[in-house]
Design a protein around this ligand. Sequence first.
Ligand code: GAR
Length: 190
Amino acid sequence: MKNIVVLVSGSGTNLQRIIDTIENGEIRDAEISLVVADRECYGLERAKNQHIEHLLIPRGRNFSSELGRVIPENTDLIVLAGFLSILKPEFCEKWNGKIINIHPALLPKFGGKGMWGHHVHHAVIEAGEKESGATVHFVTSGIDEGEAILQKSFTVTQDDTPETLAEKVHLIEYEIFPKAINKVLNNVSI
Ligand code: GAR
């Protein structure tokens, strides 16, 4: 059985999807050993509701070192599911190849500092992009720069707003995140 630690900052619908796809077998042979939030958020409630061990480490300078202390050494994968703090380089190096993130755009476009959630969707509309999507990628010390694992796009229409993009991106995320996790954890081809 593989152990996953999930980091969240928000509503946690991607966390919920991971919980559900572990349960239905789409993600094979895995369990969530711990959910960590960097702020009060509904993601933490979801963990509580599912009786998954969870804890809050307030965001800030000491977040990565505190996180380093609580993550079990036998962790196979650290999954950033709508997680908004930047992890320190030392943390990323220690867990190199074992941290993945989901990003609400087609990286390398619309990534980097300040590019998260609705900011991304606003920027995509402003730039008049013809498509958007989501990317699951490895986490390295360069923000949103790690190798992509899985990416899927959709067409942006004239009527789209940042809100409709957020909804469409979420649907893509629910599709590709379990596949990417299964691929990294169990070497399952996509
Ligand atoms: C997701 O769209 C995720 O890609 C994004 O936050 C949302 C979280 O939704 N993450 C980032 O912007 C990180 N740069 P959720 O809390 O419902 O899973």
